[in-house]
Ligand binder design. Sequence first.
Ligand SMILES: *Cc1c(COP(=O)(O)O)cnc(C)c1O
Length: 451
Amino acid sequence: MTDTLSTPTFTVAQERRIVSAIPGPKSQELHQRRLAVVPTGVSSALPIYIARANGAILVDVDGNQFVDFGAGIGVTTVGHTEKAVVAAAAEQLQDVIHTLFTITPYEEYVRVAELLAEHTPGDHAKKTVLVNSGAEAVENGVKIARKHTGRRAVAVLDHAYHGRTNLTMAMNYKAMPYATGFGPFAGDVYHAPNSYPYRDSLSGEEAAARTIAYLEKVVGASDLACLVAEPIQGEGGFVVPAEGYLAALQEWCTANGVVFIADEIQSGMARTGAYFASEHFGLVPDLVLSAKGIAGGLPLAAVTGRAEIMDSAQPGGLGGTFGGNPVAAAAAIAVFEQIEKGALLAHGARIEKALKPALENLQQKYDIIGDVRGIGAMIAIELVQPGTGQTTKTPNPDAVNAIIAYAAQRGILFLNAGTWGNVLRFLPSLAVSDELIADAVSVLDDAFAAL
Ligand SMILES: *Cc1c(COP(=O)(O)O)cnc(C)c1O
């Protein structure tokens, strides 16, 4: 067992171990209790109930150990129960748990805002509002952009995911399961074509021209408050836009007084080998949204942006009871320190190097792997029907589901993604070792062979 982070020791052996049926008897019992009291709308990808977690490993109530390639959808980027994060949160619990920043403030909130000002793209003056969830960050980003511009319309990209609140339901691409039956929805949200190199074969310039034509013709630039875009789409299937696409959109937004909002909720906070994925594309967004990985697992989210845009909201217009909770903020400060001290950015690059070429090798062997893509610890493969990888690229969600089930039985947790559910995504914590990655790839190889 080798430590890959600054954490000197893991408290759980970094290995997979299956000691019962999956799910085991204790998980099955808990699942029966859950079915009686938790609504079906809250589903679980795998009904194994977790008792402990550390580094890249989850331990369930039956004593099985799983290598976690989901990290709670990219939340425990620094590793599960990372020691410095736990210590910072524990210390904060002793000092103060809640005051409400909008009544009597505290330093931790200010420090997180300073760190975000320092580490989000661009050297301009920046300000930050802290909230509880990613969707709430999206909502606040849109609020601020509308107030700043005095305009009403919001544009998003095809295949996007932005959350489960009323406004963000309208901003998602997929109706099922996120929106179907839950309307009426917020108006003035426009879905523009994105850049999806595997499926549209367009250059960044061509894809940007298509997006901009939509914005100009269908929305009209003078009514558009903001364009909200994930630099690398998360739920959409880790779609990396073609080179030059995002920069061209940003240039158009700037020229037309449109606020460019980068939703970095999944792609940010050291996930891709940079603090924010925008950096890979030379993007300096007007507003940056953070959440998921920011506080090592505690709930915290942020809107960080140009000071003059952020200051457009009136006093009292932004906030919320739990926003910027001191314990979550203390954990976030520790996450930033770990990124600096533990060279976590280098771990993103390391994971890409260990994983991506191995997946490309599998692609040579198995023609249902249509595409291998992603940056850092945000890598995916898109599966298609046999023989269609270069032609119709017909989605193959059944293969993704079969592989996830096969791997889970062997102690490896993979997640799906993508508009058609045909993408297998890898977003491990940065604590995952090269050995665990190699092990996972060999299980994946067996899973493809068994299909
Ligand atoms: C998860 C996610 C959200 C929503 O965050 P919640 O904390 O679940 O509300 C928004 N945007 C992106 C890109 C996400 O991945």
